[in-house]
Design a protein around this ligand. Structure first.
Ligand code: 87F
Length: 514
């Protein structure tokens, strides 16, 4: 991959105009993707995360290097979410990475199904550890013994903690950068309340923050809803989710989950308190998480054949300023104008940089920054200098316009907002065009073969869901319920389940998923 950035990849004459020669430049420099999003999605994705400088592959399968371009997206979302949960009086903490086997197994039921994914440390140096130590796949069993210790009376409630950390789950099905990796970053919130009402309310408050991360930051539309009994977190009472959809593969993807745990863990870990009446009571708990998967979903939804497409709100650099010097022109004047442009934008809070590297041509830089998905490019050449203007080029739709220097900040801000809006509305339209309402099994199979996001009336019976899984399993993976949307269309009296023919109880989204 290093070859892609090899020096001497000098697209066309240095300082020359490359306008209209973009294709040639790409060929010469080896920039550009070899796979197309619509033809070879999986290969396209692997290529775009590396060429866009988000990921570097690692010599342990399922593990990836998060490069600064990706990490800065994580940090921007983190800054938002962290501030929001602090407003809700949730506090950050940090519990250890290592879990003793006793603690991990304390809560057998919920860990059992996950056991094959738990990674263990068995040695220090050459000698075997007396007791192997697990690496946290999630922290219920790590944290809840302390909740039991710290919660005594109703005045200790609510207890609302969050931690930002990494977790390890030794997955065996095909690893994908961001989407399914063996180690990933997340926040995990774990809260305890005196009443179910408080817990219920928080579940939805957190889910709303997850929706905002996807829709307002990543410009990815999501569906809020409830998981089926089969798909919920088995240790909890109910699971709410934000579900996204990848039109190219026709697959749903769980974006983030907010669980009400009920009192299941309180029972197991004896998290009791004395209520206001002096009686012994059990707490009500929630847990909730979003992970670096968010970044993968964003890449899959917005990326195109030229590379990444980053929404301005999460791009580390929102504007790249590229000098376009010309033979006899005032090169220093152009460079100064670029520097001044960056300074003006930066001072007004717009994240801008200039690419002054003199070993790359402007054309090469255009392709390079397109590959990295930078929302807006500013070109400054002799004509722009003379006219006291800059040329701006949008990454989302390639639209070009000239803006006068004296309205730079105002106009750039406007265009960035438009890009953010446009990415969201295009993604939403695409998603909505994929939704297919089906009433019968035949329609369901037809929609499935067309990679649709299926909305169907369902009897809400687990056996039926299992049979749908069974009847659709194969190379592509089985179909499952993604969620039952909070926003339920009307369900006329007498509507039947698409799969069982029994009376339908609710509308549910179905599909293959990640
Ligand atoms: C893998 C190995 C061991 C998922 C696992 O969703 C245990 C688990 O408990 C496990 N994979 N889970 C479920 C995690 C549930 C819950 N934890 C806190 C969340 C949100 C954050």
């Amino acid at each position: 991959m290093a070859g892609k950035e090899a020096k001497g990849a000098d697209g066309g004459a240095k300082g020359g105009s490359n306008k209209g020669k973009k294709k040639e430049v790409k060929k010469e420099t080896g920039l550009g993707l070899t796979n197309k999003k619509d033809e070879n999605f999986g290969e396209w994705y692997s290529e775009v995360v590396v060429s866009g400088e988000m990921i570097e592959y690692y010599d342990i399968s399922g593990c990836y290097v998060l490069r600064p371009w990706a990490m800065s997206i994580w940090e921007i979302m983190q800054e938002f979410f962290d501030a929001e949960i602090k407003k809700m009086k949730i506090k950050n903490c940090y519990f250890p990475l290592f879990v003793s086997p006793g603690v991990l197994e304390k809560e057998k039921d919920h860990v059992e199904g996950f056991a094959p994914e738990v990674a263990w440390v068995t040695k220090s140096g050459k000698s075997d550890l007396e007791v192997p130590i697990a690496i946290r796949p999630t922290s219920e069993t790590v944290m809840y013994p302390y909740y039991s210790k710290w919660i005594r009376g109703h005045r200790d409630l609510p207890l609302r903690l969050n931690q930002w950390c990494n977790v390890v789950r030794w997955e065996f099905s095909n690893p994908t950068p961001f989407i399914r990796s063996r180690e990933f970053l997340w926040q995990e919130g774990h809260t305890a309340f005196a009443t179910k009402e408080e817990a219920d309310a928080e579940v939805l408050d957190i889910l709303e923050l997850y929706r905002r991360i996807y829709e307002e930051f990543l410009a990815v539309p999501v569906i809020k809803g409830k998981k089926s009994e089969l798909e919920k977190f088995a240790g909890g009472l109910y699971t709410t989710t934000v579900e996204a959809f990848i039109p190219n593969t026709g697959r749903g993807i769980q974006g983030a989950t907010s669980h009400c745990l009920g009192q299941n863990f309180a029972k197991m870990f004896e998290i009791n308190f004395e209520n206001e009446k002096g009686e012994k009571a059990m707490v009500w708990q929630n847990s909730w998480a979003y992970t670096t998967r968010t970044i993968g979903v964003m890449i899959m939804v917005h990326g195109d054949d030229k590379g990444l497409v980053l929404p301005p709100k999460v791009a580390a650099t929102q504007v790249i300023v590229i000098p376009v010097p010309y033979k006899d022109a005032d090169t220093q004047g152009i460079l100064d104008a670029c520097a001044a442009t960056v300074k003006t934008l930066s001072e007004s809070g717009i994240r801008a940089e200039a690419d002054f590297r003199d070993n790359y041509s402007p054309g090469w830089k255009y392709s390079h920054w397109e590959m990295k998905g930078i929302p807006l490019r500013i070109e400054i050449g002799p004509k722009d200098l003379a006219n006291k203007q800059v040329r701006v080029v949008r990454r989302d739709n390639s639209a070009k316009s000239d803006i006068p220097m004296d309205s730079l900040v105002e106009k750039v801000r406007e265009v960035l907002d438009e890009i953010q809006q446009n990415l969201f509305s295009v993604a939403k339209q695409k998603k909505e065009a994929c939704i297919k309402v089906v009433k019968t099994w035949e329609e369901f199979l037809e929609a499935l073969s067309q990679k649709k996001l299926i909305l169907a009336p369902w009897c809400d019976e687990e056996e039926v869901e299992k049979s749908v899984k069974e009847r659709t399993k194969g190379e592509m993976g089985a179909v499952k319920t993604l969620c039952s949307p909070f926003d339920q269309p009307e369900l006329p009296e007498g509507t039947l389940c698409f799969a069982s023919g029994k009376p339908a109880k609710k509308w549910s989204y179905w599909g293959r998923s990640y």
